[in-house]
Design a protein around this ligand. Structure first.
Ligand code: PMP
Length: 414
């Protein structure tokens, strides 16, 4: 069978056969955009199947179908809790990390205020996901202030500057564990120490790290998770609320008392089951996945060098999520490059494209890239189901597209 295609059903062959020797173009593009979403694990798909039809039931219903569904949701909660060193009671299902981030920031801050806490400052890193940044900014309308913590050229929060930003006024600090554009990993233990010493609340957006590297939530007050970034289904995530957190977030959606009132509405049983199965699988595969995806990213860079392609990789060599590669091909327009390789590989820009307009990525700006490097940056993620052949094919596709584009612009040097 061909290893040139990334198909969830290739799960065994992708890792075991590894060295795809031929690098024939895939019949359909190879998926290399795991920061955006990861393919569903076949094990999670199988676990979900019964809950869509013959096992269907609302976990809130008192009859047997309801009880079975409720037991399945609670099992999933345990599986997720186990993966991050939490207790099941600390896991609240949400629709994804976006909702979890909003609940953590808006819900916790308003709960603090309702209980008489007079602190009004929030501190967020410059490279947070927009669901953190915009949730924080939404609180400015309610009298809170938001300070942004700068990052180094590697995308790592500058600890000295963070320490100087935090004061007795700081109610909550939010720092992501791994960045979704450049894969930068944050020194969370050191950050937690600084924040704790000051007595502020600490939220961590762990959407990109959980299921990919070991992660212990118990050091933090609030942690956001996303199922579809860890080979689970789209449409579900969770917020971890530490039993020791000074404030339990107040609801931001209103309705029933599901999820202790924090997630009003019917829990999507099949999605919760799939999320749980993905978490259980991640707990087993964590080390293998990290080794494998890290090796693929290295193989990709090596294959680019073999083809003498000039490139700049962003982010630190080591403090980076395995499998994540953010890379600039100077002088090349990222949009054109992506279009040029789109028949062979699916990759993303380092910039978000909104309503047809390219807005420069706030992350790439924060690490100090020049406009030209910023415009020439693409992002790849080699995941569990990619093969070595995919890495070589990606380098080959990019090398030939870059050569063509550079030729067109009169730059004959690759
Ligand atoms: N945080 C980070 C770091 C992310 O990468 C994403 C997804 N791009 C989110 C939050 C939002 O996750 P979801 O799609 O589950 O709402």
């Amino acid at each position: 069978m061909s290893t040139a295609e990334s198909n969830p059903s290739d799960v065994d062959t992708a890792r075991s056969t590894g060295a795809g020797q031929d690098s024939q173009p895939a019949a359909r593009p190879v998926y290399l955009d795991g920061h955006a979403t990861t393919p569903l694990a076949p094990e999670a798909l199988a676990a979900m199947a019964p809950w869509w039809h013959h096992q269907a039931g609302n976990p809130n219903s008192p009859h047997r179908h309801g009880q079975f569904a409720d037991a399945a949701v609670e099992r999933a909660r345990r599986q997720i809790a186990e993966l991050i060193g939490a207790t099941p009671g600390e896991i609240y299902f949400t629709s994804g990390a976006t909702e979890a981030n909003n609940l953590a920031l808006v819900g916790a801050v308003l709960a603090a205020r309702a209980q008489g806490d007079v602190r009004t400052q929030l501190v967020v890193s410059e490279i947070e996901h927009k669901s953190v940044l915009h949730a924080a900014y939404s609180l400015e309308r309610q009298g809170f202030t938001v300070a942004t913590a700068a990052v180094t050229a590697d995308g790592v929060v500058d600890l000295d500057r963070l320490s100087r930003l935090i004061s007795q006024e700081t109610l909550l600090v939010s720092v992501m564990a791994a960045n979704n554009e450049i894969g930068a990993l944050q020194p969370l233990t050191a950050i937690a120490e600084i924040v704790r010493t000051n007595g502020s609340l600490l939220h961590v957006d762990a959407a990109q790290i959980v299921g990919k590297l070991p992660f212990d939530a118990s050091v933090f007050d609030y942690v956001s998770l996303s199922s579809h970034k860890m080979y689970g289904p789209m449409g579900i995530g969770a917020l971890y609320v530490s039993g020791a957190a000074a404030y339990r977030p107040q609801p931001i959606l209103h309705g029933g008392d599901q999820e202790g009132g924090l997630g009003p509405g019917t829990i999507a049983t099949p999605l919760a089951v799939g999320f749980g199965a993905a978490a259980a699988l991640a707990a087993i595969e964590l080390q293998n996945d990290a080794r494998w995806t890290g090796a693929l990213a290295e193989r990709f860079e090596e294959a680019l060098r073999e083809r003498q392609v000039r490139f700049t990789r962003h982010g630190a060599a080591t403090a980076r999520l395995p499998g994540s590669v953010s890379v600039a091909f100077e002088g090349i327009d990222a949009t054109e490059l992506i279009a040029g390789v789109s028949a062979r590989i699916s990759i993303s820009e380092g910039s978000a494209c909104q309503s047809g307009q390219i807005t420069p990525s706030h992350v790439l700006r924060a690490i100090g890239l020049s406009d030209s490097l910023l415009r020439s940056t693409v992002r790849l993620y080699f995941g569990r189901y990619n093969s070595e052949n995919d890495a070589v094919l990606a380098a080959e596709a990019i090398a030939s597209a870059v050569a063509k584009l550079r030729l067109r612009t009169g730059d004959r040097l690759q």
